[in-house]
Design a protein around this ligand. Structure first.
Ligand code: ATP
Ligand code: MG
Length: 171
């Protein structure tokens, strides 16, 4: 099966949950999925669920889990570079049918690596591998390279009424 490059971006809710939904569907079809979560580090509920599908889904975190304000630190960059390396290995390994760069767009936007770093990896992608890149503020070069771009549009969000991320719903 031919694999395509997908991007889920925009300011509305649904980017991460769409990627997780896709990985659950793919696992159900017997496909193998590698998920690299950039920036994040922590006990997100999806990790607990996806661990139950560990025969098909591998999920790894490559962030320090702290809010990066301004210029990222050497440690933040090093963690992201490790993630990039893991993504490249996963894509080239032929062990995975679907490779997801969770918050990959945000990692580019805050300067953990460049759009070109990702594009170089995408250019090496075997024909059958599907790649999904999520996160706000997707770079134009990434959207150009993609075969599918979905923008989650923020019509309204309870966050703006003071509802912080809830376990099981946002985290
Ligand atoms: P989800 O994980 O629910 O699919 P997402 O991946 O689309 O959401 P992100 O951009 O990763 O959303 O942001 C997630 C965090 O930002 C959430 O914890 C949420 O509380 C907060 N947030 C604030 N405003 C919004 C918004 N308009 N849409 C989504 N998340 C928002
Ligand atoms: Mg998200």
């Amino acid at each position: 099966m031919k694999g395509y490059i997908q991007v889920y971006t925009g300011n509305g809710k649904g980017k991460t949950t769409a990627a997780i939904g896709l990985s659950v569907r793919a696992a159900g079809a017997g496909l193998n999925v590698f998920i690299a979560q950039f920036i994040k580090m922590g006990d997100y509920s999806e990790i607990k669920s996806l661990k139950k599908l560990s025969d098909r889904i591998t999920i790894k975190q490559f962030g320090l889990g702290r809010f990066i304000k301004g210029k990222p630190s050497e440690d933040d960059i090093e963690a992201a570079q490790k993630g990039l390396h893991a993504v490249k290995s996963a894509i080239l390994s032929r062990d995975y049918d679907v490779v997801i760069l969770e918050e990959g767009n945000v990692a580019i936007a805050i300067g953990l690596f460049s759009a070109n770093d990702i594009i170089k990896i995408l250019n090496l992608k075997p024909e059958n591998v599907e790649v999904v890149i999520t996160g706000r503020n997707a770079a134009p070069e990434i959207m150009d390279k993609a075969d599918l771009v979905t923008e989650m549009k923020d019509i309204k969000h309870y966050f703006n009424k003071g509802v912080a991320a809830r376990t099981g719903i946002e985290k």
